[in-house]
Design a protein around this ligand. Structure first.
Ligand code: SF4
Length: 213
């Protein structure tokens, strides 16, 4: 199935327009980037608790985050897990963000930061800076693999290219598409997929072979 066709089918079933929660408009970019780091290896609901803690302490701003004791930062972000590493990552990003002076970072610059891999870099670019850089997360990988759009050896960059070569480079479109994939992974294409209820089943390799009726 083509990436653009999958997008249209998903659009008929889900609404994923603007689903990133933002609590402090003044530091919107920094807050979103912090969320991208905090969401590594954890569920979004845990990130929301950590962000609420940071907001309550007035730490959702780069200068504040750099000035606070690391111990307090660790305590505030504890609900997001891996809080020792994530506190260091957040401070490294805050320092980088300050040096940018309002400039949009390149993907290479982000990938050069400690603790920032391709998924985090693309999430920061797409959601914090509205740069059309498609995000491939675990949900995307799962859905593409099951549908048969990618093989077992698919790489991050290969999956990213699958979308970027067929879609116009538009940040809002990429954000919405990523949101649609997340919605589908949560609603039907779960770890234990609900193929019998799935509208994609006819065109899905896994779904067609599934024993569920
Ligand atoms: S048919 Fe099953 S495996 Fe395929 S997309 Fe739907 S839920 Fe996922």
């Amino acid at each position: 199935m083509e990436a653009s066709r999958l997008q249209n089918v998903l659009r008929n079933h889900y609404d994923a327009s603007s689903w990133w929660p933002v609590t402090d408009r003044r530091h919107r970019r920094f807050e979103i980037a912090a969320g991208c780091i905090l969401t590594q290896n954890t569920a979004w609901k845990n990130v929301e608790r950590a962000i609420a803690n940071l907001e309550e302490a007035g730490l959702l701003a780069p200068k504040k985050m750099l000035a606070v004791e690391e111990e307090e930062l660790r305590t505030r972000i504890r609900p997001a897990g891996y809080f020792n590493q994530k506190a260091k990552k957040l401070r490294a990003f805050a320092e980088f963000y300050e040096k940018l002076g309002g400039r949009t970072p390149t993907r290479e610059e982000l990938l050069g930061l400690w603790g920032v891999g391709p998924e985090t870099a693309d999430s920061i670019l797409l959601y914090a800076y509205d740069v059309p850089s498609f995000v491939v997360d675990a949900y995307t990988k799962r859905i593409l693999g099951r549908i048969g759009m990618t093989g077992e050896k698919a790489t991050y960059d290969g999956m990213k290219a699958l979308f970027e070569r067929t879609l116009a480079p538009d940040a809002k479109t990429y954000q919405e598409y990523h949101g649609l994939l997340v919605e589908h992974a949560k609603a039907l294409c779960r770890t234990e997929p609900r193929c019998a209820e799935c509208f994609l089943r006819k065109g899905c390799v896994y779904g067609k072979n599934s024993r569920t009726k």
